[in-house]
Write a protein that binds this ligand. Structure first.
Ligand code: ADP
Ligand code: MG
Length: 345
């Protein structure tokens, strides 16, 4: 069983929000859809939920077509739950009421769950760690607790497909990191397929089995977090996910000739796809700083930041700002000229 997006495009009037989207999601997978604001993540998620239909192409859930250009199964008739960007809680309803709501009204709630509703509410409260908050109202809860209620409501009916649209964006930085673990645990306990939309690289890399990187309505790359981080196939993925520095020039085998110079850099793990685009992408940890005399590619130190085990440098390379991370033993001063060399990160 799998969920498939096949040749999907989406237009809003003259504006095309999605182009040629193809994606096969395996049962039980945790998929992150990662990309900057406006790239089409929410539109794609809303199509899986049934709030939007494709302009062309097909959406399949459990190998059954649920939408194409001519028909769309409405959201309540899909075995799908969505967690929205805000918490979307009802102020006059208790935590337990929020969990009961889909059990009462969702057609996909199994008969056993409906019959044993108070048992199911208790189980869900335990999963979301709010055992003693069943009778509390939203205004009595912290941000993290509200977020757990909205997760609990989404999993109450044991949906096969759980859609989350930037569910942590309303929380402060520390709580966001903590909630990553809760969502991972939720995935382990429920076994549900999760499609998780985020613009936060750290969230996607930390939680997902596979990441779909989107840019301007298109999929740039699909892969494991390790693939996406270490083996980017496009300039966009290299800069957006790995914060890589981009050098212009041309490849000759494993030698990269830097444009407008006689400098040649050694290859430290560039994919063929990225080579074909004629750039060299080096993450901040893939650049070594050396004495000027040892190197033809030289730059001036602009800033240095102490980060515990590392220093983070910014350098001026002929007008281009280069970011470099070095171990705390590599100390260079602001204003100093240093050589740059590619090293395996
Ligand atoms: P993201 O979630 O990645 O920030 P969205 O999917 O919300 O992006 O939006 C993608 C693009 O489609 C944006 O340019 C947005 O303005 C546009 N868009 C989304 N929904 C509509 C709509 N209902 N009508 C017109 N344009 C829309
Ligand atoms: Mg969005």
């Amino acid at each position: 069983m799998s969920t498939n997006v096949v040749d999907v495009t989406k237009k809003f009037g003259d504006f095309q929000a999605l182009y040629d989207i193809n994606l096969a999601i395996e049962d039980g997978e945790f998929i992150a859809i990662l990309g900057p604001s406006g790239c089409g993540k929410t539109t794609l998620l809303r199509m899986l939920a049934g709030f939007e239909s494709p302009t062309s192409g097909t959406i399949e859930i459990n190998n059954t077509a649920v939408a194409d250009a001519s028909f769309s199964v409405p959201p309540e008739k899909r075995d799908v739950s969505m967690v929205f960007q805000g918490f979307a809680l009802w102020p006059h309803m208790t935590v337990a009421d929020h969990i009961k709501f889909p059990l009462r009204y969702d057609q996909f709630a199994a008969y056993e769950l409906k019959q044993n509703m108070s048992q199911r509410v208790g189980d869900v409260l335990e999963i979301i760690n709010l055992q003693d908050k069943g009778e509390a109202y939203p205004h009595e809860l912290s941000g993290g607790q509200k977020q757990r209620v909205s997760l609990g409501r989404a999993i109450a009916t044991e949906p096969q497909l759980l859609l989350m649209d930037e569910p942590l964006s309303a929380l402060d930085a520390e709580l966001r990191i903590e909630m990553r673990r809760e969502i991972q645990r939720l995935h382990q306990i429920t076994g549900a397929t999760i499609v998780y939309v985020t613009h936060d690289q750290g969230e996607a890399l930390a939680m997902a089995d596979r990441i779909v990187v989107m840019n301007k309505g298109r999929i740039e790359q699909v892969g494991t977090p390790e693939d996406i981080f270490y083996r980017p196939e496009t300039e966009f993925v290299a800069t957006f996910v790995s914060k890589a520095n981009i050098f212009r020039g041309w490849w000759e085998g494993d030698a990269f000739h830097v444009a407008d110079s006689s400098v040649v850099l050694a290859n430290v793990g560039t994919t063929d796809a990225l080579k074909a685009s004629g750039i060299y992408a080096l993450r901040p940890d893939q650049i070594e700083l050396t004495d000027v005399a040892l190197n033809d590619l030289t730059a001036e130190v602009l800033t240095r930041q102490f980060q515990g085990k590392e220093y983070h440098y910014s350098l001026n390379l002929n007008g281009q700002t280069i970011l470099v991370q070095r171990p705390f033993t590599d100390v260079y001063e602001v204003g100093e000229r240093v050589g740059l060399r590619a090293v395996a990160g």
